[in-house]
Ligand binder design. Structure first.
Ligand SMILES: Nc1ncnc2c1ncn2[C@@H]1O[C@H](COP(=O)(O)OP(=O)(O)O)[C@@H](O)[C@H]1O
Ligand SMILES: [Ca+2]
Length: 438
C-alpha cells in the first residue's frame, strides 16, 4: 500500500528476530525508494488503497509445471503494520497429473488443466484483490525436453488462460525456467523456511531436488578451494533479502528419476520406440508392461533369462551415472536437505514417515535398495520400478555427486506447513521483480 506507508526514508529496514511464523519482516529488507514505489503501485495503486486498513492481505500465484504434474501455489501475505514488511501467512496448494508435457500434441487440453487449477485461485483470492494478484507459470524439465515448437504452443495456450483470468499477468508470466534458477529458488525456499537467511549467523543448508526429468544440487560454498575448483557455469550470484549469495548450483537435465529409468533401460533419446521391448536387471524377471512418459509409450520388462537383483542392477545404473556429474569435494562432509523423489521413495519404503519426513544417511538408501532388489517378489505390490529407483538414488548420491555413505540427508516435504518447493523462492523473486528489493 504505497500511500498507506510512511514516507520512504522512514521505512523500517532493521533486522528483527526471525519468527518461525515466516515473517518477511524478520529478514533484512532494504527497499530503494524507486523500487518500493514500483512495487506498491503495481499492487495498490494510490487510489486503490484498501478502505479498511486492516484489510492488508495480498496474494501471489505461482504454477510449477513439472514433468510429472502441474501444481498451483497460492501464497498469502499480510502487511500487519506500515513499519513492518509483509509476512507470509500461508499457502494453498493443489496439483494435477500428468504434467503439461504429456499434452505436447494437445496444447489446448494442457492449458485446460492449468485453468482448472486457476479456478481455485478465483475462490481463494477475494475479488477486490484479483487485479493486484500476479499469476506466473514456470515450466521445468518436461518442457525443456520437448521441441521448441511444441513447448511454445503449450506456453501460448497457458498465456491465453492467464490473459482471460481476472489476475495480474506480468510480462513473461509463462515461461520455461532456467535449470539453475530451479536449484537457487529451492535453496532460497528451504533456507528461508528454516530461518537460515535471517540474522548474522547464517548456517545455510544445501538442497537436493530430484524431479522426474532433471535433478538439482545447490549449496553455498564455504571454502575458497571450492570456488576455485568449480567450473564457472556451476556458480551463480543471486541477490535476495538484501544479501548476495554466490551459490554452487547445477541442474542435470535427463537425470530426473523418470528420465533415468529410460536411460537405464536404454530408451532415452531412442528414435523409434514402437514395439521395442526394453529390459533391465532392475525389474522383476517376469514383468512385461507399458509405461507412458512425456507423451511417449514405452514397453519394458525384466531380464527373463538373465540376472536380476541389486548387484547387476547397480552395474547397469552405474553406466548412466558414473563420471557424468561434477563432484565438489566440499559436499562430502556436509548434510543436505533432500525432497521430491528422494522423499517419495523414502516414504514408499518406510525409511521415513510421510508426514514427518526424517533424517537418513546415504547408506540407508543403499541398504533399502539391496533389500528390495534382492527380494523383488516381496515388493511386487508396489511399483515395478522400486528397485531401479532406489539403486538410481543410491548411485546418483554416491557415484554421481560423490557423497559419503554417512552423509546426512534431511528429508523434508513441508516446513511449517509450506511446501519445500522452488515456487516460494520464485514468488519472492517475482515480488522483487515487480519492484520490491529485499
Ligand atoms: N509442491 C511440492 N512439494 C514437494 N515436492 C513436490 C511438489 N510438487 C512436486 N513434488 C515432487 O516432485 C517430483 C516430481 O518432479 P517434477 O517436478 O514433476 O519433475 P521435474 O522437476 O523434473 O520437472 C515428485 O517427487 C513430486 O512428489
Ligand atoms: Ca520439480
Amino acid at each position: 500500500m504505497l500511500n498507506c506507508l510512511r514516507s520512504p526514508g522512514k521505512m523500517a529496514v532493521s533486522r528483527l528476530p526471525f519468527f518461525l511464523a515466516l515473517a518477511f519482516s524478520s529478514l533484512s529488507f532494504v527497499l530503494s525508494h524507486w523500487n518500493r514505489e514500483m512495487w506498491f503501485q503495481d499492487f495498490f495503486p494510490p487510489n486503490m488503497c484498501p478502505i479498511n486498513a486492516k484489510d492488508n492481505t495480498f496474494y501471489g500465484i505461482m504454477f510449477d509445471a513439472g514433468s510429472t504434474g502441474t501444481r498451483i501455489h497460492i501464497y498469502t501475505f499480510v502487511q500487519k503494520s506500515p513499519e513492518n514488511l509483509p509476512e507470509l501467512e500461508g499457502e494453498i496448494f493443489e496439483s494435477v497429473k500428468p504434467g503439461l508435457s504429456a499434452y505436447a500434441d494437445q496444447p489446448e487440453k494442457g492449458a485446460e488443466t492449468v485453468k482448472r487449477l486457476l479456478d481455485m485461485a478465483i475462490d481463494a483470492v477475494p475479488p477486490h484483490l484479483w487485479k493486484k494478484t500476479p499469476v506466473v507459470l514456470k515450466a521445468t524439465a518436461g518442457l525443456r525436453l520437448l521441441s521448441e515448437e511444441k513447448a511454445q504452443s503449450l506456453l501460448l495456450e497457458v498465456r491465453e488462460v492467464f490473459e482471460e483470468s481476472p489476475f495480474l499477468v506480468p510480462e513473461d508470466s509463462v515461461s520455461i525456467m532456467d535449470g539453475s534458477y530451479e536449484g537457487i529458488l529451492a535453496w532460497i525456499t528451504v533456507n528461508f523456511l528454516t530461518g537460515q537467511l535471517s540474522g548474522q549467523n547464517q548456517h545455510t543448508v544445501g538442497t537436493l531436488d530430484l524431479g522426474g526429468a532433471s535433478t538439482q544440487i545447490t549449496f553455498l560454498p564455504r571454502f575458497e578451494e571450492t570456488l576455485k575448483e568449480t567450473p564457472g557455469d556451476f556458480l551463480t550470484s543471486f541477490e535476495m533479502f538484501n544479501s548476495t549469495y554466490k551459490l554452487y548450483t547445477h541442474s542435470y537435465l535427463g537425470f530426473g528419476l523418470k528420465a533415468a529409468r529410460l536411460a537405464i533401460l536404454g530408451a532415452l533419446n531412442v528414435e523409434a520406440v514402437d514395439g521395442q521391448m526394453f529390459r533391465s536387471s532392475c525389474l522383476p524377471k517376469q514383468l512385461e508392461a507399458e509405461w507412458h512418459f512425456g507423451g511417449v509409450k514405452y514397453q519394458y520388462g525384466g531380464n527373463k533369462e538373465g540376472e536380476t537383483g541389486f548387484k547387476p542392477c547397480y552395474l547397469e545404473v552405474l553406466k548412466v551415472v558414473k563420471g557424468k556429474l561434477h563432484q565438489p569435494d566440499e559436499i562430502r562432509g556436509s548434510s543436505f536437505y533432500a525432497f521430491s523423489y528422494y522423499y517419495d521413495r523414502a516414504v514408499d519404503t518406510n525409511l521415513i514417515d510421510y508426514e514427518k519426513g526424517g533424517v537418513l544417511e546415504v547408506r540407508d538408501f543403499e541398504r533399502k535398495a539391496e533389500e528390495v532388489c534382492d527380494n523383488m517378489e516381496k515388493y511386487n505390490s508396489s511399483s515395478p520400478f522400486l528397485c531401479m529407483d532406489l539403486v538410481y538414488i543410491t548411485a546418483l548420491l554416491k557415484e554421481g555427486f560423490g557423497f559419503r555413505d554417512n552423509t546426512l540427508l534431511q528429508l523434508t516435504k513441508k516446513v511449517n506447513n509450506v511446501e519445500t518447493s522452488w515456487t516460494l523462492g520464485a514468488t519472492f523473486h517475482l515480488l522483487q521483480s515487480l519492484g520490491i528489493t529485499y
